[in-house]
Design a protein around this ligand. Structure first.
Ligand SMILES: Nc1ncnc2c1ncn2[C@@H]1O[C@H](COP(=O)(O)OP(=O)(O)OP(=O)(O)O)[C@@H](O)[C@H]1O
Ligand SMILES: [Mg+2]
Length: 463
């Protein structure tokens, strides 16, 4: 069938006049049509060709019936869609057909327009199913590195660099905007290094006030300051023999930077209040979403530390520079959250995918993950539809304004979304949490963070 038109249909109908008429209609609509006047002939055709769609009469004068065609297709040609034509009054049979996997049934007398619409829809469905199977296979198969999805050339290059860098044992500096996967890459480096069986320790330098950061990093001895009632190991010591991830390194205060430099240069760490140092064998991996060189120029980052860290540097491209990865990422997160929430969602509707592919993603991969997670949590169908997407990105729900997300931060968008839901539920937090697909405790915490007073009696009892 190499010279056949792109879409081919097998039409099985024993009534010659009807079959010929329907064949004309379908050919005029641009399909390639193979006619069979009996089930037996139809089955032979199915074995020989790969039809996109079979349109079959349900009850035929002699021998086999449409039901056998359906079984045969399901068994030997599972990608082929089936539409059954039934005479009025055999609806039970038609229902049985649907159960066996027919896409649709149409009752006689056949309305040719109705048939055309149904044929178009089932072919679209087939395409969607096979495209999604493709995506699912790709997600499952070759296109992942550790758990990191990426097929864009820049990502493949990055994976290569990670592989090379992993075994070198030098300090690595990772650049990437928020949500691009810096932490994932760091884990990949550790897992592929010869320290993989050693500890992996991480700290976010931007998350702690200076003194706390210092005692976390280096530990302290008893009596070093008020409250230091025992000796405490620092994280450098904890990471001995393994890798130490310094996240958001640009946020480390200058005083801490000096101390980090000393550990790197002397391979020794000293607890706060201690006079002795301990030798440590640690590989450092640092990450920053800010340009450290610019921070050096601005006097906020020590130049000597910068050079110590910048031995090997990797850059993770933002999602907007690798849009081809969006469908795979979306499918990956769909599978992840459908499994986690035990939802039947398996695929992404083409219209929804188009919106996902057109979005700006200032929050990068984390943002698409959040969008899909929310859609899976809130949706109830087998596919993720436009209606499951936040209207800030779908532009639906009467929102003709430009998407809020690309202007503000992801947090702004989330805030707006949550407050809107609470308003819609007239302040009933239990209902709002359910609508949002998040736990009540989470909702309650968010509201507190936004400075919204929670109506009394609605504080989460899970606190
Ligand atoms: N390429 C990818 N494939 C699959 N998941 C990814 C990918 N990149 C990021 N993620 C996921 O996106 C989320 C954010 O990733 P990660 O925490 O590594 O980003 P980050 O760069 O460290 O962000 P931040 O700067 O905000 O700390 C995580 O849930 C991570 O699993
Ligand atoms: Mg991070």
């Amino acid at each position: 069938m190499s010279d056949a038109p792109a879409t081919t249909i097998l039409l099985i109908e024993d009534e010659d006049g009807l079959r010929e008429a329907l064949a004309i209609v379908l050919r005029r609509a641009g399909y390639g049509v193979h006619e069979s006047a009996s089930c037996a002939d139809g089955l032979r055709a199915i074995d020989r060709h790969n039809f996109h769609l079979v349109v079959t009469d349900l009850s035929m004068e002699t021998g086999l019936a449409g039901m056998d065609v359906l079984r045969h297709v399901r068994r030997y040609s599972p990608d082929t869609e089936v539409i059954v034509m039934t005479a009025f009054g055999t609806i039970e049979n038609a229902v049985e057909c649907m159960r066996l996997g027919a896409f649709h049934y149409i009752t006689k007398p056949i309305n040719s327009e109705e048939l055309e619409v149904m044929v178009a829809r089932s072919i679209e469905h087939r395409t969607l199913v096979s495209e999604n199977r493709n995506l699912a296979q790709r997600v499952r198969g070759a296109y992942r590195f550790e758990n990191i999805i990426g097929t864009a050339p820049a990502m493949l290059r990055l994976f290569e660099q990670v592989t090379r860098v992993a075994s070198l044992d030098s300090t690595v500096l990772i650049y990437g905007e928020t949500g691009t996967g810096k932490e994932l890459i760091t884990h990949a480096i550790h897992n592929r290094s010869n320290r993989a069986s050693g500890p992996f320790v991480a700290i976010n330098c931007g998350a702690l006030p200076e003194t706390l950061l210092e005692s976390e990093l280096f530990g302290y001895v008893r009596g070093a300051f008020t409250g230091a009632n025992t000796n405490k190991k620092g994280l450098f010591e904890e990471a001995d023999g393994g890798s130490f991830f310094l996240d958001e390194i640009s946020s480390a205060p200058l005083s801490i930077q000096v101390k980090l430099l000393r550990v790197i240069e002397e391979k020794e760490t000293r607890r706060v209040g201690d006079t002795r140092s301990t030798r440590v064998d640690v590989r450092l991996i640092a990450a920053s979403n800010r340009d450290l060189q610019a921070e050096v120029a601005a006097g906020r980052f020590r130049e000597d530390l910068f050079y110590r860290l910048n031995v090997l540097s990797l850059r993770i491209p933002p999602l907007r520079e690798r849009r081809e990865d969006i469908p795979l990422l979306a499918q990956h997160f769909l599978q992840k959250y459908a499994a986690r929430f035990e939802r039947p969602m398996r695929s992404i509707d083409p219209a929804a995918m188009k919106i996902l592919m057109g979005h700006g993603y200032p929050g990068n991969v984390r943002e698409i993950e959040n969008i899909v997670e929310r859609a899976v949590a809130l949706g109830d169908g087998e596919s993720l539809r436009v209606a499951d997407l936040p209207h800030e990105i779908s532009g639906q729900d009467g929102a003709s304004a430009p998407p809020a997300v690309s202007g503000g931060t992801l947090e702004d968008a989330e805030r707006g979304f949550i407050l809107e839901a609470v308003k819609q539920c007239q302040g009933n937090l239990a209902r709002a949490a359910k609508e949002l697909g998040i736990g009540r405790t989470t909702l309650w915490r968010r509201l507190k963070r936004y400075g919204v007073s929670v109506p009394s009696g609605q504080e989460s009892e899970e606190q």
